[in-house]
Ligand binder design. Structure first.
Ligand SMILES: *[C@@H]1O[C@H](CO)[C@@H](O)[C@H](O)[C@H]1NC(C)=O
Ligand SMILES: *[C@@H]1O[C@H](CO)[C@@H](O)[C@H](O)[C@H]1NC(C)=O
Ligand SMILES: *[C@@H]1O[C@H](CO)[C@@H](O)[C@H](O)[C@H]1NC(C)=O
Ligand SMILES: *[C@@H]1O[C@H](CO)[C@@H](O)[C@H](O)[C@H]1NC(C)=O
Ligand SMILES: *[C@@H]1O[C@H](CO)[C@@H](O)[C@H](O)[C@H]1NC(C)=O
Ligand SMILES: CC(=O)N[C@H]1CO[C@H](CO)[C@@H](O)[C@@H]1O
Length: 350
């Protein structure tokens, strides 16, 4: 009986999708869209769609990719394909998940990759939006609802997206099959460790001054253990083109408010309440800490010790496996995709 209901719901969900356009009953717009979509002209590896909805008194669009599974999920032909949703970090976009999405798709997963509101190819409401991890989790859940994906989802989040995965896991535990956090933000409460508050206006000024040199310098020191591979340039240029694009000002405003969001909305105190089976993947050489740049040296020295933070978080989260990469930094999925993907797929048992 539950099979019949599921089938009926799945069948009905196809009806409004027929013409591929958005309507009140179908918030998914399949495009095609212009190369410059909401201020990002970066070419994504799979077709971009828009989830259109009302939020905080305005119409907004969340861009996303929806990659079908490329192989059968094992010998049982009747077994449903699994679904994974991949959540990007603050200096990343959905497209940064290219290699991981490719591997998951080949392993039988349907892979959804959204850009959060304010980011990349999604709407840029700028200062006119209250950015919270709860709001992002709600928007993400809304996207899955619009795609009729009720549950059994593997949620994978990196950096800010890892912090969002924790919040999402606290809000919607019954919809998650597995949670994966990759060098997540929020393994410590930076303000409690002494990071002074920085105004949104000051963060906005910093965001507006971002350019290739400043972004590359930050990523080299934080993400890649001081090294640089020309292959990393593509992800710097993806950002530079948004900072310098047609929605540059509202983008910078949103990024400033996102900095405020991650600084003021800790998840670390709630790790003990997380229900899903969780994988924590940590490049130990990461040293990311929000506000480190504007903190005094004695505070700076206390922050961002991932070789300690990973183990501490893994013991606080009830059902958690820790995989450490002793030699990698903040973005192991970019620095060593082969090793990262093998570890991830190994844990997912596929
Ligand atoms: C995006 O815009 C930048 C700056 O105008 C340009 O250099 C780059 O070639 C564009 N990229 C694409 C894919 O159109
Ligand atoms: C999740 O998977 C289980 C086992 O296959 C199934 O019984 C259940 O209906 C699924 N839940 C949702 C919301 O898809
Ligand atoms: C880039 O930004 C840095 C620091 O934010 C600044 O010193 C430098 O002059 C800028 N470079 C260019 C080419 O604008
Ligand atoms: C893009 O960069 C150029 C050259 O630095 C600058 O003159 C222009 O104002 C920038 N555009 C935006 C939208 O930031
Ligand atoms: C962890 O989660 C898995 C999958 O839901 C479950 O089978 C296992 O019993 C859980 N282990 C603990 C210690 O809760
Ligand atoms: C806020 C904003 O500019 N949204 C735009 C995002 O891109 C879509 C597709 O081009 C537009 O319809 C929205 O107006």
């Amino acid at each position: 009986m539950s099979t019949d209901c599921t089938f009926l719901r799945a069948a009905l969900s196809f009806l409004p999708l027929v013409d591929g356009s958005s309507s009140p009953t179908n918030p998914i717009d399949n495009g095609p869209f212009p190369a410059d979509l909401n201020g990002s002209n970066f070419t994504y590896p799979w077709p971009v769609k828009l989830y259109k909805f009302q939020s905080q008194g305005q119409a907004v669009e969340m861009a996303f990719m929806d990659v079908p599974p490329r192989s059968s999920p094992g010998s049982n032909k009747n077994k449903l394909h699994k679904t994974a949703i991949l959540l990007h970090g603050k200096n990343f976009c959905a497209a940064t998940w290219r290699s991981t999405a490719d591997k998951l798709s080949a392993a039988g997963y349907r892979v959804i990759m959204p850009d959060q509101i304010g980011f990349c190819k999604s709407s840029k409401p700028g200062h006119n939006y209250q950015y919270s991890l709860q709001q992002f989790a709600l928007n993400t859940r809304g996207l899955l609802d619009a795609l009729s994906i009720g549950g059994n989802v593997t949620v994978v989040g990196h950096s800010m997206g890892g912090m969002l995965t924790a919040r999402y896991g606290l809000m919607y535990p019954s919809t998650i099959e597995s949670a994966v956090m990759v060098n997540p933000l929020g393994l410590e409460d930076w303000k409690a460790l002494g990071v002074p508050y920085q105004s949104i206006d000051a963060s906005f000024a910093t965001e507006r001054a971002s350019n290739y040199t400043s972004i590359r310098g930050y990523e080299q020191a934080t993400y890649y253990v001081g090294t640089w591979d020309p292959a990393y340039d593509v992800w710097v240029n993806m950002l530079v083109n948004i900072y310098n694009g047609s929605r540059a000002v509202p983008f910078a405003a949103g990024q400033a408010r996102v900095t405020d969001m991650v600084l003021t909305q800790p998840v670390v105190y709630e790790f003990g309440l997380l229900k899903p089976r969780t994988l924590l993947m940590i490049g130990d050489k990461d040293n990311t800490a929000i506000g480190k740049q504007w903190s005094p040296p004695d505070v700076q020295a206390k922050l961002g010790h991932y070789e300690v933070l990973g183990k501490r978080a893994a013991s606080a989260i009830p059902n958690c496996t820790l995989i450490e990469f002793p030699d990698l930094g903040h973005a192991p999925q970019i620095q060593d995709p082969a090793r990262f993907n093998a570890a991830l797929l190994g844990w997912l048992k596929i």
